[in-house]
Write a protein that binds this ligand. Structure first.
Ligand SMILES: NC(=O)c1ccc[n+]([C@@H]2O[C@H](COP(=O)([O-])OP(=O)(O)OC[C@H]3O[C@@H](n4cnc5c(N)ncnc54)[C@H](OP(=O)(O)O)[C@@H]3O)[C@@H](O)[C@H]2O)c1
Length: 287
């Protein structure tokens, strides 16, 4: 295996392959980041060309897709017959463009999203999402499975980053709510650490509301009797905004929620969006 890019994540990927006994060739723009890996048995490629030709399976994990293409394009003629697994964070459109470019060079392309921090790599708790060439995924499934729990989402190379960004959106929404919450109590000198004693069990309890919300969304039917109706929610969000302003806290993390909880007049009358259920279209529907 070749690993190109030895930032925090690339090093964790390379270390895991090494630990599993793979002959692992590594390259990084700042060469010194390979030193520890080399002392552990990795092969140092001194050029990208060397890194590309060393292995059939090329794993790339750098800062963004521009860097991926800048690194590989000068060596495009060496990519034929190899499998390029790009674990760099990007958009579905970037993934589709890079896949088309790689295939034009005669390479198989798998795009990947890593749902883990580096310390989790190599454990089942790390989730790795893949999309693109199914043949490449099947051929290298065993090798890739050492990194964590793999999910193959489909032939469209853009799917892994779509899911990745959706999962990250959930995380950033949580972090945004957390930051606003601790800022609000912080105005009365409550520390973030102390507040966690209440916040953590509260958020864990609220996570249990998600399956019921997901069912409503998938059915497109919001007419059922619920314990926490929208008018009540709209008052609570308005109160958060008023109280935050009064305590001197800016509302930019919470303010967008107001548009969501203030239903359009047509919807207040009970009208709702009826549409085809979504579940059947999900590659993970049977999991
Ligand atoms: N760290 C995480 O928690 C985490 C979690 C999930 C996914 N990821 C994803 O993993 C990818 C890498 O993240 P990271 O945490 O490893 O970041 P990082 O520690 O900042 O490393 C960035 C890597 O990109 C390289 N790089 C930057 N610009 C470059 C260029 N123009 N040409 C060649 N190489 C370039 C850096 O090389 P130098 O060492 O020479 O600067 C380094 O190897 C990102 O897409 C990130 O979203 C990270």
């Amino acid at each position: 295996v070749t690993v190109i890019g030895l930032g925090a994540m690339g090093r964790a990927l390379a270390e895991t392959f090494l630990r599993q006994g793979y002959l692992t060739t590594v390259w990084n723009r700042s060469a010194n980041k390979a030193d520890l890996l080399v002392s552990q048995g990795a092969v140092r490629a001194t050029t990208v060309a060397e890194a590309v030709t060393a292995s059939q399976l090329l794993v790339v994990c750098v800062v963004d897709y521009t860097a991926v293409l800048d690194l590989l394009d000068p060596h495009a003629d060496r990519l034929g017959g190899r499998v390029l697994v790009n674990l760099t964070n990007g958009t579905p459109a970037q993934a589709r463009r890079l896949a088309a470019w790689a295939m034009a060079q005669g390479a198989e392309y798998l795009d990947g999203g890593i749902m883990a921090v580096p310390a989790m790599i190599g454990q089942a708790v790390a989730q790795l999402l893949y999309s693109g060439s199914q043949e490449a995924f099947v051929a290298h499934r065993d090798t890739l499975s050492h990194l964590g729990t793999s999910s193959y989402l489909g032939n469209d190379p853009g799917l892994a980053s779509l899911y990745d960004l959706a999962l990250l959106s959930g995380m950033y929404g949580l972090f945004g709510g957390f930051l606003h919450a601790v800022a609000l109590v912080g105005t009365e000198r409550v520390t973030a650490t102390a507040f966690l004693r209440l916040l953590l069990p509260w958020l864990s309890g609220m996570l249990e509301a998600l399956p019921a919300l997901a069912t409503q969304i998938d059915r497109g039917d919001y007419t059922h009797e619920v314990a926490s109706n929208l008018v009540m929610q709209a008052i609570a969000v308005a109160n958060i905004i008023d109280a935050s302003t009064a305590q001197g806290i800016r509302n930019y993390l919470v303010a967008p929620l107001q548009a969501l909880v203030n239903p359009a007049p047509a919807r207040r009358d009970g009208a709702h969006h009826a549409r085809e259920p979504l579940a059947a279209r999900s590659p993970l529907a049977d999991d």
